[in-house]
Design a protein around this ligand. Structure first.
Ligand SMILES: NC(=O)C1=CN([C@@H]2O[C@H](COP(=O)(O)OP(=O)(O)OC[C@H]3O[C@@H](n4cnc5c(N)ncnc54)[C@H](O)[C@@H]3O)[C@@H](O)[C@H]2O)C=CC1
Ligand SMILES: O=C(O)C1=N[C@H](C(=O)O)C[C@H](O)C1
Length: 263
């Protein structure tokens, strides 16, 4: 049995991950963490009736009470770095979906994982379809340097652009020839009209109620266009990837960035 804690369990993704862990026969839910929890046990919540799982408000309280193998993190960008550092230093393998990490932070956390010989994964998107979308976009960018990313999310999202959009741009930048998108003399009449600039590629972030998580990578070439699109219509779309990561990280001794390295 792999013993798992879920940080951020009161949130949209944390709740979905908690249910996934409880329903998986190879996993044991050792505890859940959220500063916004009013309960002390999961069974105090009607939908978790009969599930005797401790609820912690802080990571320190959790570490004093249970010894998990895996730390699932779906929290907020402001706390995720500290959470992952804490997990690694306590030899708990992190499976992190929280977005907003900088390249430098990922490098620092990888060094901590290496020092402590702990495996882990930071993945901006756990949906298998999203991983394929990023991989197809990388392939297309070899041939089509003119590309813009449009990511669309629910309006409770804290970070922009999305972690998925940044990862997609990073992957395309590895193979795409240098090119600044648009006309060299273009001028924004309203600041931000052309979106964010990653290595000359433009990223546009849409935030609307009703959306979950969607991304379109749109290529243009002389006389043709190519659009690669992925849609998560439900947060269950992320759970196959989270479950796979929980199984794999306990066998690893380094922290990797991107689910594609586990598929
Ligand atoms: N990698 C992936 O596949 C996916 C990643 N995400 C990312 O996951 C994160 C969470 O997303 P949502 O669930 O939609 O957000 P949410 O706002 O619904 O939930 C965040 C939860 O974290 C809790 N929290 C805050 N500080 C905490 C701490 N120190 N310890 C434990 N819990 C803490 C909050 O109380 C809240 O319940 C975001 O960064 C989002 O971008 C979301 C969907 C998929
Ligand atoms: O906040 C979300 O909802 C999501 N966040 C991740 C991201 O920033 O890419 C993954 C997915 O897009 C949903």
């Amino acid at each position: 049995m792999i013993k798992i804690v879920v940080a951020g369990f009161k949130g949209k993704m944390g709740m979905t991950a908690t249910k996934m862990v409880l329903s998986h026969e190879g996993f044991e839910l050792a505890g859940v963490i959220d500063p916004h929890a009013a309960e002390t046990n999961l069974q105090d919540i009607p939908e978790f009736h009969g599930q005797n799982v401790p609820v912690f408000k802080t990571k320190e309280d959790m570490a004093a009470a249970v010894v998990p193998d895996v730390w699932i993190d779906f929290t907020i960008p402001a706390v995720a770095y500290d959470n992952v550092q804490f997990a690694l230093e306590h030899r708990i393998s992190p499976v992190v979906g929280t977005t907003g990490f900088t390249e430098t932070q990922i490098g620092e956390l990888q060094a901590i994982a290496e020092k402590n010989h702990v495996g882990g994964l930071i993945a901006p998107n756990f949906a298998v379809g999203a991983v394929l979308m990023m991989s197809f976009a990388k392939k297309a960018a070899e041939y089509f340097p003119d590309v813009e990313i449009i990511e669309l999310h629910h309006d409770n999202k804290l970070d922009a652009p999305s972690g998925t959009a940044i990862k997609t741009a990073e992957m395309m930048a590895e193979v795409r020839g240098k090119k600044q998108q648009g006309h060299p003399d273009e001028k924004e009449l309203i600041a931000g009209a052309r979106g964010a600039d990653y290595d000359g590629m433009r990223i546009h972030s849409v935030r609307l109620p009703g959306l979950i998580a969607h991304q379109q990578v749109q290529f243009g070439n002389v006389g043709e266009g190519l659009t690669i699109r992925h849609d998560s219509y439900d947060r269950s779309s992320f759970m196959t990837g989270v479950a796979l990561a929980c199984e794999k990280v306990v066998t690893m001794d380094k922290l990797i960035y991107g689910l594609e390295h586990l598929l």
